[in-house]
Design a protein around this ligand. Structure first.
Ligand SMILES: [Ca+2]
Ligand SMILES: [Ca+2]
Length: 125
C-alpha cells in the first residue's frame, strides 16, 4: 500500500521480514526504510500496523540512535513508547514503530524479528 504525506510517498508492507531484509526491499523500490523527521510525520504513520520497522538503528554505537541517513533520532519522550529504548534481551539494535494500546511510539527491537515495514521515497529527488 502506497500513501502520500507532505513531499514523500510511503509503502507499508503486508508481509513481515527482518530489519535488513526490509531495508533491501525498500532500496529495491528506490527508497529506504522511513526516516521519521517530525512528530507530524510520526502521527501520520501511526495506526496502520501494530508494529513496523522504521529506518533507525544503534548498531554502530550501542545506545546512540541514528536514522539511516545518519541524522540523530529525537530523544523526546513523546516519540518513544514508554520505557524505550530498553536494550532488552541482550541488546535490541533496530527500530520499530508500535501502535498498541499501552505501547505506542518508537521501540528498539531484535533486528531478526519478522515485522512489517515502512519505506519512504522522497518526491523531490
Ligand atoms: Ca541497542
Ligand atoms: Ca525495546
Amino acid at each position: 500500500m502506497w500513501l502520500k504525506f507532505g513531499s514523500s510517498c510511503y509503502f507499508i508492507s503486508s508481509e513481515g521480514r527482518s530489519w535488513d531484509d526490509s531495508r533491501c526491499e525498500c532500496q529495491q523500490r528506490d527508497g529506504d526504510l522511513v526516516i521519521i523527521s517530525s512528530p507530524q510525520e510520526q502521527a501520520f504513520l501511526t495506526g496502520f500496523t501494530g508494529a513496523a520497522w522504521v529506518g533507525m538503528t544503534d548498531r554502530d554505537q550501542e545506545g546512540i540512535w541514528r536514522w539511516v541517513d545518519g541524522s540523530p533520532v529525537s530523544l523526546d519522550r513523546d516519540r518513544w513508547a514508554p520505557g524505550q529504548p530498553d536494550g532488552a534481551f541482550g541488546g535490541e539494535d533496530c527500530g520499530e514503530l508500535r501502535t498498541m494500546n499501552a505501547f505506542l511510539g518508537l521501540n528498539d527491537f531484535n533486528c531478526s524479528a519478522r515485522l512489517r515495514w515502512i519505506c519512504e521515497k522522497s518526491l523531490n529527488e
